[in-house]
Design a binder for this molecule. Structure first.
Ligand code: FAD
Length: 364
């Protein structure tokens, strides 16, 4: 019998492991709790079928080689992040915004045409459908013996339980969520539990908003769309105009999750339009559509502890090794690019190699 690999989570890391195992004819299944693939990648269409990212937007080709090479392999087109013109700096609610020379924050960053979901679709297209099981949330993992696990899922529709046998389990669920939402028998060793707890979910406290317009009017004023604001509710704003020319701005919030929770979505959107009007003038009121996603409310990504903003960059990297057949992959386990899609891909590469080694030594 070939070894059975069960990948838990169908985000970028889980899907990339799936494509690499497919290429090596290793038998696997991916179980995903959501009704869609992609995890933190979330590309939404507006009413004109144009695309906007409410999860990750950028990659940095100068330093991120895994994603760059995968985009080339899959022939996915990219565009430069628009950065021409001045940026705005908003120091407080009572002061007018100041023009400053273009910021370099996102210099050389690129976006994927079609949104980051184009990468998710390309990965998915290289995995046959019978390897993917959606709407199954892993609830418990029982270690049967040194090299065998029973993984129990809850079907999100029928609310029935199902048990999967696995010789190798790969957890690509964000580390804190592993600890919070999966019951391990026997329990995970304490140092491993501490390690997972100390790896906050990247961007877990964030929300993202996209406001679409008929025309990128800020560019006429020689503004890039880049804003740094200490006034809020948005802390950073960027141009999100698509490759087909559909105009948009997107922003990250300075309002923490607890404060966002006290407001309705309608009033958050109104405050954002007021801020955009103050920054870019009355044309900002003539928006077409607003897309909004509060990640701190998403139980497939965050725990309660992730609702606090991360104060300093977390120490991401591989967890201490206690099991040869229970592996951990995902962006929070990559020491160099942890947090980014690049980290998820790099971790997926490394864990796929480990799986190949286990499979080849078992067949000797
Ligand atoms: C607002 C925002 C902006 C970002 N901006 C950028 C950016 O510009 N550039 C960049 O490189 N990165 C960015 N990131 C980070 C990027 O999205 C992540 O690094 C990457 O998507 C992580 O992939 P992953 O596979 O490791 O984890 P995830 O995408 O979180 O995948 C984990 C999967 O596990 C599933 N799951 C959870 N629990 C269970 C369970 N019990 N059973 C089964 N399945 C389960 C989840 O549904 C999910 O599909 C951003 C993220 C956010 C939220």
């Amino acid at each position: 019998m070939p070894l059975q690999v069960l990948i838990i989570g169908g985000g970028v890391a889980g899907l990339r492991i799936g494509t690499l195992l497919s290429e090596n004819n290793i038998s696997f299944k991916i179980v995903e709790s959501r009704e869609r693939l992609g995890g933190r990648v979330l590309t939404k269409h507006d009413n004109t079928e144009d695309y906007f990212d409410l999860g990750p937007t950028w990659y940095w080709p100068d330093t991120e080689k895994h994603i760059e090479s995968l985009l080339n392999t899959y022939n996915l087109s990219t565009i430069e992040q628009y950065n021409e013109g001045d940026s705005l700096l908003e120091l407080s609610q009572n002061q007018l915004p100041k023009r400053i020379a273009a910021s370099n924050v996102n210099n050389r960053s690129k976006r994927i045409v079609g949104g980051v979901n184009a990468l998710v679709t390309a990965l998915n297209n290289h995995i046959s459908d019978d390897h993917i099981i959606l709407n199954h949330k892993v609830e418990s993992i029982y270690q049967e013996n040194q090299s065998s696990y029973s993984v129990v899922t809850l079907n999100q529709y029928s609310q029935t339980h199902e048990t999967f046998h696995a010789d190798i389990v790969v957890l690509t669920v964000p580390p804190r969520l592993v600890l919070n939402s999966i019951d391990f028998r026997p329990p995970l060793p304490e140092p491993l539990q501490m390690d997972l707890l100390n790896k906050p979910t990247w961007m877990g406290a964030q929300a993202k908003i996209v406001v679409t317009y008929q025309y990128p009017f800020w560019r006429d004023e020689n503004l890039s769309g880049n804003v740094v604001s200490w006034a809020g509710p948005l802390r950073e704003i960027y141009d999100a105009t698509t490759s087909s020319g559909k105009a948009a701005l997107f922003g990250f919030f300075s309002l923490p999750p607890a404060e966002r929770n006290l407001k309705s979505e309608v009033s958050i959107k109104e405050e954002v339009i007021q801020q955009l009007t103050k920054l870019f003038g009355s044309q900002a009121q003539a928006y077409e559509q607003i897309l909004y996603k509060d990640w701190s409310q998403d139980g497939h990504t965050v725990t309660e502890g992730d609702k606090l903003n991360i104060e300093s960059f977390p120490s991401y990297g591989p967890p201490p090794k206690y099991f040869s057949n229970m592996l951990f992959a995902g962006t929070e386990y990559d020491a160099v690019h942890g947090g980014h899609i690049e980290g998820a891909l790099s971790s997926a590469n490394q864990i796929s190699q480990e799986i190949r080694n286990i499979v080849s030594s078992s067949s000797k």
